[in-house]
Ligand binder design. Structure first.
Ligand code: ADP
Length: 344
C-alpha cells in the first residue's frame, strides 16, 4: 500500500521542486508553488506516520543501522527546528556536548524522526518563550537527549495517555496538523532501540521530554561532506540516462530534473521495454523502478546483467517503498558477476 499512497506525491513534490527553481515565476506564483510543496510535504508526513504505525502494529518495523556522524545529524535537525521556532518568534537553543563521539552505530532515519517529532511538538505546543535541545554524552556509549519547552504543558494524569495512538490532548488550535501518532511511533522506535521516553511536565509550565540511548561508538571514516552547492551541470561528454518506470508522472519528473543538467534522457514504461532500450541505447545509467506490472524492475535488472555489454552498467533502483529488506533484494538483483562491490 505504501507504494500506492506515496506515488502520487512524487509527481506533486517533484514538480513543486522543479518549479521552485524557475526564475520566471511571479511572486504570487512562487508563493503558490511553495504552498503546494509545504502541503505535499505535510501530507507525506501524515502518510508516513500512518504507514509506520501500521508496520508497528504488524510487528514489521525494522531498524537499519549504519555508522552516523551524530553531531552533524544534530546540527541538521537543529537548523530545521530553528527555522520553525523563528516563524513563531520563539527562542531556540541547541546545546550539543563537545565530547560527542565522532560517529555511532544507529538508524539515522529513525533517530532523526524521533528527534524531529519531539522538537516539532515542542514548537507546536509553545506560543511564547523557548524550545531547547540538549545532548550529553557519558562514556563509554550513552547519549542523553533532552527536548524542553516553555509551552502549554501536559497535566500529569495525561502523561501516559498521550502515548496512545491517535490521542491528542491539546486544544483544537494546537491539534491542527497532527495525527496523534507521533509520540506513539517515537516510543515504539525508541523501544526497538532499547530505550524509552521520559516525560516531565506541568500544565501551563512547559514540558521536558528525554531519552537515553546506548549507541556503539565507532571511529568516523571520512564522512562525506554535505554539499551545500546547487548542481547546475557537469563537465565532460554528455551522458545518457534511461528511466524505467510504469508511472508516466515519475518519468516526467526525473526527466525534467535531469535534462536541464545536460543529461540525454530516455524513457521506458515497463521492464520489457527497458531491456530493449538498454540494448539499443547503451545508457550510462539506468534508473529502475522496482515495482512494475509484467516484468518488474528486479527481474529486468537480473536479465540486464546477463546481456552482453550490459553486465556492468550502473543501475539505481528507485522505489516508493524503500525499506532495508527491499534494498537488500534490489542489491542482490543488480549484483554484477565480475565486480560485486560496485553493484547498486
Ligand atoms: P500530534 O502532535 O500529532 O497531536 P503526538 O503523538 O506527537 O501527536 O502528541 C500527542 C499529544 O501529546 C499532542 O496532541 C499534545 O496534546 C501532547 N503533546 C505532545 N508534546 C507536547 C508538548 N511538548 N507540550 C504539550 N503537549 C504535548
Amino acid at each position: 500500500m505504501s507504494h500506492e499512497l506515496r506515488t502520487p506525491l512524487t509527481g506533486i513534490l517533484g514538480y513543486a521542486e522543479i518549479l521552485r527553481g524557475d526564475r520566471t515565476l511571479t511572486e504570487r506564483q512562487s508563493h503558490g508553488v511553495s504552498v503546494i510543496r509545504q502541503s505535499g510535504e505535510h501530507l507525506l508526513t501524515l502518510i508516513n506516520d500512518i504507514l509506520d504505525f501500521a508496520r508497528i502494529e504488524a510487528g514489521k518495523l525494522e531498524l537499519s543501522v549504519t555508522e552516523i556522524p551524530v553531531a552533524r545529524l544534530l546540527r541538521v535537525i537543529a537548523d530545521i527546528i530553528r527555522v520553525r521556532a523563528e516563524e513563531k518568534q520563539l527562542a531556540f537553543s541547541c546545546d550539543i556536548a563537545p565530547d560527542l563521539p565522532p560517529a555511532v552505530l544507529a538508524d539515522e532515519r529513525r533517530l532523526r524522526q524521533v528527534l524531529l517529532n519531539l522538537l516539532a511538538n515542542a514548537v507546536k505546543f509553545t506560543d511564547r518563550g523557548e524550545v531547547s535541545l540538549r545532548v550529553s554524552f557519558s562514556p563509554p556509549a550513552r547519549l542523553r537527549f533532552e527536548v524542553r519547552d516553555t509551552g502549554i504543558g501536559i497535566s500529569e494524569d495525561r502523561w501516559e495517555r498521550i502515548f496512545q495512538p491517535f490521542e491528542q490532548a491539546g486544544d483544537v488550535q494546537h491539534r491542527l496538523g497532527g495525527t496523534g501518532l507521533g509520540l506513539a511511533i517515537s516510543r515504539e522506535l525508541l523501544r526497538l532501540m532499547g530505550s524509552d521516553i521520559e516525560i516531565e511536565s506541568r500544565l501551563g509550565e512547559g514540558s521536558a521530554v528525554c531519552f537515553e540511548l546506548d549507541l556503539p561508538v565507532v571511529q568516523a571514516h571520512a564522512a562525506a561532506a554535505i554539499s551545500e552547492s546547487v548542481v547546475t551541470g557537469y563537465e565532460g561528454p554528455r551522458r545518457t540516462i534511461l528511466v524505467v518506470d510504469d508511472v508516466a508522472a515519475n518519468r516526467m519528473v526525473l526527466g525534467d530534473m535531469l535534462a536541464p543538467l545536460g543529461f540525454e534522457m530516455a524513457e521506458a514504461a515497463n521492464g520489457r521495454e527497458g531491456l530493449e532500450k538498454a540494448q539499443s541505447l547503451r545508457p550510462d545509467l539506468i534508473l529502475m523502478d522496482s515495482v512494475m506490472p509484467e516484468t518488474d524492475g528486479l527481474e529486468a535488472t537480473r536479465r540486464l546483467r546477463q546481456l552482453p555489454g550490459l553486465g556492468e552498467v550502473a543501475i539505481i533502483a528507485i522505489s516508493a517503498n524503500a525499506s532495508g529488506t527491499n534494498e537488500a533484494t534490489a542489491r542482490a538483483a543488480g549484483r554484477m558477476r565480475s565486480c560485486p562491490s560496485r553493484s547498486t
